[in-house]
Design a protein around this ligand. Structure first.
Ligand SMILES: [Zn+2]
Ligand SMILES: [Zn+2]
Length: 174
C-alpha cells in the first residue's frame, strides 16, 4: 500500500530536507490534514540538516516517500522548542523555534550547539520585530523544552498512513 510508504513532513525551505512531523496531541482538524496542533497556524521550525529556521504553517505539510525519512531506525523523536528572547531593546517577546530531536539527545546540551550555527529567515516576534540572519548574536536560549503539543514520533498511525522510523540507515545524528 502506497500510503504506508509515506510520512508527513515539513520540507525545509532552505535545503529541501524533510523534517518529519509526529502527530499533534490536539490536532486542528480544520487544516493540515489533522496533523497540525491547535493554537495557531504558524510555527518556526529549524531544519536539523541545514539549521536554517523558517516559518511554516499547516499548509506546508507534505507526505514524503519513506526512503527519504532521515530518522534513525527504532528511535523515538520529539519536537522540542527553544525559546529566545527578542533582542530589540525593551521587547520581552520570546521566540519559539522548534526542531525535531531524537529522544536520546539532551535538548539542553544540543540547543546551544544547534543555535551556534543556525540562521533565521524572517522570523517575526509577537511585537513585529523581524529576526534575520545568524541567531547567536541574539543571545543565548532562554530555555529549551520538549513540545507537548506533538506526540513522540515513532511508528504512529495517522489516518491512512503510518509514520515509520525504520527505513533509512544513513540517518543524521540529531
Ligand atoms: Zn534545511
Ligand atoms: Zn521583539
Amino acid at each position: 500500500m502506497a500510503s504506508f510508504d509515506q510520512f508527513p513532513a515539513l520540507v525545509c525551505k532552505g535545503c529541501s530536507w524533510p523534517i518529519p512531523l509526529p502527530a499533534a496531541v490536539h490536532p486542528d482538524t480544520s487544516e493540515g490534514q489533522g496533523l497540525w496542533p491547535m493554537g495557531g497556524s504558524r510555527r518556526n521550525f529549524l531544519c536539523p540538516a541545514c539549521r536554517h529556521v523558517y516559518e511554516y504553517s499547516a499548509q506546508d505539510i507534505q507526505f514524503m516517500p519513506a526512503q527519504t525519512d532521515p530518522r534513525r531506525a527504532n528511535t523515538p523523536y520529539n519536537v522540542v522548542y527553544i525559546r529566545l528572547r527578542c533582542n530589540v531593546q525593551g521587547c520581552a517577546y520570546l521566540f519559539r523555534i522548534r526542531t525535531l530531536m531524537a529522544f536520546d539527545k539532551d535538548p539542553h546540551k544540543e540547543a546551544p550547539v544547534i543555535l551556534a550555527s543556525s540562521h533565521a529567515h524572517a522570523i517575526v516576534c509577537g511585537n513585529g520585530h523581524i529576526l534575520n540572519g545568524p541567531i547567536v548574536p541574539y543571545g543565548f536560549a532562554f530555555d529549551v523544552q520538549v513540545d507537548e503539543e506533538w506526540e513522540v514520533g515513532k511508528g504512529v498511525a495517522i489516518g491512512s498512513s503510518t509514520l515509520t522510523a525504520t527505513i533509512r540507515s544513513d540517518a543524521i545524528a540529531v
